[in-house]
Design a protein around this ligand. Structure first.
Ligand code: HEC
Ligand code: HEC
Ligand code: HEC
Ligand code: HEC
Ligand code: HEC
Ligand code: HEC
Ligand code: HEC
Length: 431
């Protein structure tokens, strides 16, 4: 449903699909720093340092000339998720640990019960589940696309759910194995066919029921095989599970049989067996044994959440534009003037505690804005409050400055994290 690898367009808007990265000059500019960052082993060579410096100056000049290129000031500190994953140490989605290094949230709850109780209520904790837990699959569903008939039938105990597609005199049946998405917006279902993972052609959408899975073709399928859904390459299937489950990849192997459903503690903090052993023994020294993202600098912390939500570089490299980008909070946030040179008051977890459910009362975010902005336009800015005051309102800041955009294929609105003065909400400004 949200493939980032270009098979499906995450810019599910229909208005703008993936665009070519090259040869648009603005993208060449973006790519240069990536090349520079990758060549870290060459940093010690003085000729290379000179060359780098020269290049840097050229890039700066070009950036000034091409106002279109919206590059965050912190770009030199940021990486793509692939680059982060290639570095040593824990990073979300990393699959080098053994399955036995993971202990599961119940063990963490033994000492961190308040955090564990709150995290259980977050959508991330439920973003993949066995079909027996899926609300959308609780009753029989019938759906037609042209001559193809779809039925989704739970058994009496709702433990198993059978997906059947018939058409052209042929029929296919398989059990759904996993439901992806917490259901707060919708769910997509995975099944296996001839040993491959497939994403079903139809998905559940809250408040609507079943419809075509985002990024799947809308038209009439050419044959039964097409009608079933989309075959995922082994790499793509492992990526799906990597972002939606914990410990799906261990010892560098994709092992869905032993995963922990949803994003659990160790999906963010890394495998916890060593930390639990040290804490139980009372040695107290946790440093380095489990990652506390609260210690990351602002840019790296946004990249951290971006390991699944996609970093600035991830989106830039994919070259996605258009309203579908409203899904990519990191990319949009870092285009805001508020982001500036990066600041702990405007990281993802400054506004979103990952151990509590998403706060949907928008006035609750006012204090976040007012940690930097002065309360009224009459007040002047200061070093600790560098943001000007609003001439229009003193409350509900996000309602006007972080508009929501409806993504038609998703049948749901997404919040644009490009914080700005909105002159015309019907226009989605590309960045
Ligand atoms: C036996 C009790 C115990 C268990 C079980 C436990 N922790 Fe901890 N944890 C602690 C203690 C005590 C500290 C604080 C130690 C300190 O301040 O250095 C801590 C600190 C942390 C920190 C902050 C580390 C830092 O460097 O700031 C994180 C993150 C963390 N735990 C995550 C987890 C996760 C995830 C699990 C489950 C895999 C878990 N803990 C299980 C006792 C436990
Ligand atoms: C391992 C992957 C992963 C990481 C790391 C991750 N997220 Fe998520 N996040 C997801 C997925 C998947 C969802 C979709 C949840 C659903 O199915 O509704 C999500 C949803 C969310 C939501 C929306 C919740 C809702 O109720 O709609 C927020 C807010 C969020 N994440 C914040 C964060 C923050 C902040 C961080 C960094 C501290 C972070 N995420 C890191 C995968 C991740
Ligand atoms: C790079 C990480 C990543 C990969 C790979 C990925 N997802 Fe997601 N997925 C997310 C995040 C983050 C969200 C929540 C924000 C959003 O909707 O964009 C999400 C949301 C969803 C949702 C809930 C609907 C929604 O928008 O909230 C479904 C369903 C889903 N993904 C299914 C899939 C399936 C199926 C695959 C594999 C074909 C997949 N995802 C691959 C990160 C990922
Ligand atoms: C989506 C990513 C994510 C998940 C899932 C997650 N955490 Fe955290 N955790 C963070 C981030 C980011 C911080 C630093 C910011 C903060 O303190 O909220 C943090 C901080 C912590 C800390 C140290 C700060 C403190 O408040 O004591 C502990 C302990 C901790 N988490 C335990 C857990 C446990 C236990 C779970 C599972 C029940 C869990 N975390 C699940 C992202 C996550
Ligand atoms: C880390 C501090 C920080 C946080 C948090 C922050 N801002 Fe800003 N914001 C700034 C700075 C600095 C500027 C640039 C100076 C100015 O225009 O006031 C700015 C600019 C703006 C602008 C003008 C943008 C433009 O293009 O002219 C708006 C509107 C705005 N912020 C709204 C918000 C809202 C709403 C929130 C909360 C959802 C918020 N800010 C959170 C620091 C912050
Ligand atoms: C200045 C505060 C602020 C910051 C910083 C922030 N968000 Fe949000 N975020 C919001 C608000 C406000 C909403 C809308 C909540 C609602 O309507 O329920 C939201 C909603 C979301 C959602 C739910 C889906 C949606 O689009 O409505 C996700 C996922 C999310 N944010 C992820 C992130 C990530 C990842 C980061 C870091 C790049 C981040 N946010 C940084 C304020 C913030
Ligand atoms: C009802 C919608 C609305 C709400 C609510 C709102 N604003 Fe604004 N804000 C605007 C509009 C419209 C402008 C542009 C005013 C103009 O240029 O005449 C603006 C301008 C701004 C600016 C730029 C000021 C400048 O000097 O150019 C900032 C910063 C800002 N708002 C921050 C905030 C913060 C912080 C809050 C919450 C305390 C907030 N706004 C609440 C509509 C709103």
């Amino acid at each position: 449903m949200c493939s980032p690898c270009g098979h499906g367009s995450p810019s599910a808007s229909g208005s703008a699909g993936p665009v070519e990265i090259l040869p648009r000059p603005s993208h060449v500019i973006y790519l240069i720093p990536s090349v520079l960052l990758l060549k870290q082993n060459q940093r010690k060579c003085p000729v290379w340092v000179m060359f780098r410096l020269l290049f840097f100056c050229c890039v700066c000049l070009l950036l000034i000339v091409r106002a279109e290129a919206q590059v965050p000031a912190t770009i030199w500190e940021q990486l793509s998720s692939e680059e982060h994953l290639a570095k040593p140490g824990w990073w979300p989605r990393k699959g080098d640990a053994a399955r036995s290094d993971y202990v599961g949230a119940d063990v963490c709850a033994g000492c961190h019960s308040a955090l564990a109780n709150g995290q259980k209520q977050h959508a991330m904790a439920h973003t993949s589940m066995p079909v027996s837990n899926s609300e959308g699959l609780g009753r029989t569903v019938n759906y037609d696309i042209g001559p193809f008939h779809y039925s989704i039938v739970p058994d009496k105990d709702k433990d198993n759910v059978t997906y059947t597609v018939t058409g052209g005199g042929q029929s296919f049946s398989a059990p759904f194995l996993w439901a992806f998405g917490s259901g707060s917006r919708g769910q997509t279902f995975l099944f296996q066919h001839n040993g491959d993972w497939y994403e079903a052609r139809i998905s559940f959408f809250r408040g609507l029921g079943f419809d075509i899975t985002p990024s799947h073709p809308k038209g009439i399928p050419a044959n039964l095989e097409d009608a079933l859904g989309r075959k995922l390459s082994p790499k793509e299937a492992s990526k799906c599970f990597g972002c939606h489950a914990t410990a799906a990849i261990t010892n560098h192997q994709f092992d869905p049989a032993h995963l922990i459903p949803g994003i659990s503690c160790e999906g963010c903090h890394g495998p916890g067996a060593a930390h639990v052993a040290a804490a139980s023994a009372g040695t107290g020294e946790n440093q380095g044994m489990i990652l506390n993202p609260g210690r990351l600098d602002p840019s790296t912390s946004v990249d951290f959440c971006g390991s699944c939500h996609r970093t600035w570089w991830d989106i830039n490299e994919l070259g996605y534009r258009g309203v579908g980008n409203a899904r990519f909070a990191c990319y949009r946030l870092e285009a805001s003037r508020c982001w500036g040179k990066g600041d702990p008051r405007i990281t993802c977890f400054a506004c979103h505690d990952p151990h509590r459910p998403l706060v949907t009362d928008l006035s609750a975010y006012d204090e976040k804005c007012l940690s930097c902005h002065v309360k009224s336009a009459a007040l002047s800015v200061s070093p600790d409050h560098p943001g000007r005051g609003c001439p229009v309102s003193t409350t509900q800041c996000a309602t006007c400055h972080m508009p929501k955009y409806n993504l038609p294929q998703m049948h749901a609105p997404f919040t644009d994290h490009y914080i700005r003065v909105v002159r015309d909400a019907s226009v989605f400004p590309d960045k």
